[in-house]
Design a protein around this ligand. Structure first.
Ligand code: DX5
Ligand code: ZN
Length: 216
């Protein structure tokens, strides 16, 4: 299991400082939430911030594009230093083409589903992606509550991936805390995003340890 702290809940005025804390704590992925105010009702950061962080951070940059027309920006995020680029199924009219576009830049490709979007909608591209990101909140904000029915989606997706004999990561994003991380991992997720649970209050090391502790 890999932890992917979401910088959405970090202090943007002390972003590098906060990111260094999770890197030091041994977190492998850095989850970067990109929002455009159209696909989701919030606006965050763009490639310039990714590029600045890249100079000082060695973590895997896991870039979650919650934006309309993602094809327009894929090259910019690759140039900025993204390692994984995830687009939403709901924003891609030609999903297969967009996935090929991401891969043509030599980075890993992910596809994400909102809670209400069925697994069936990505079945035909599963063999083409490196990761599926299942949203366990409606995207747009940190600190929301985990939507329980997503656990069934995680189990269904794990089963489908195994039956197809594929090696695809399942990342779960939204509302994961020490109280529910075990259920999410037991359901079949192997990359866990945590924003408010890690940056929300006080000591980052204590928060990371509390999440890991539950999986022992
Ligand atoms: C929500 C974002 C998430 C969010 C997770 O739209 O995609 O990555 O930051 O935050 P928590 O862990 O607080 O739900
Ligand atoms: Zn996210």
């Amino acid at each position: 299991m890999k932890l992917a702290p979401s910088i959405l809940s970090a202090d943007f005025a002390r972003l590098l400082e906060d990111v260094k804390k999770v890197e030091k704590a041994g977190c492998e992925y850095l989850h970067i939430d990109v929002m455009d105010g159209h696909f989701v009702p919030n606006i965050t950061i763009g490639p310039a911030v990714v590029k600045s962080l890249r100079k000082d951070v060695n973590m895997v940059f896991d870039t979650h594009l919650m934006i309309e027309d993602p094809d327009k920006y894929i090259a910019d995020f690759v140039d900025a230093g993204s390692d994984v680029i995830t687009v939403h199924q709901e924003t891609c009219i030609h999903l297969h083409r967009t996935i090929q576009n991401i891969k043509s830049h030599g980075v890993k490709a992910g596809v994400s589903l909102n809670p209400a979007t069925p697994i069936e909608t990505i079945k035909h591209v599963l063999a083409d992606v490196d990761m599926v990101l299942l949203m366990s909140v409606n995207p747009g904000f940190g600190g929301q509550s985990f939507i329980p029915f997503v656990l069934d989606k995680v189990r269904e997706l794990r089963k489908t991936i195994d039956e197809m004999g594929l090696d695809v990561d399942i990342e779960v994003d939204g509302g994961v805390k020490s109280s529910n991380i075990k259920e999410v991992v037991d359901a079949g997720a192997n990359i866990i995003v945590a924003g408010s649970a890690i940056f929300g209050n006080g000591d980052v090391d204590v928060a990371v340890e509390a999440l890991r502790e539950r999986l022992k």
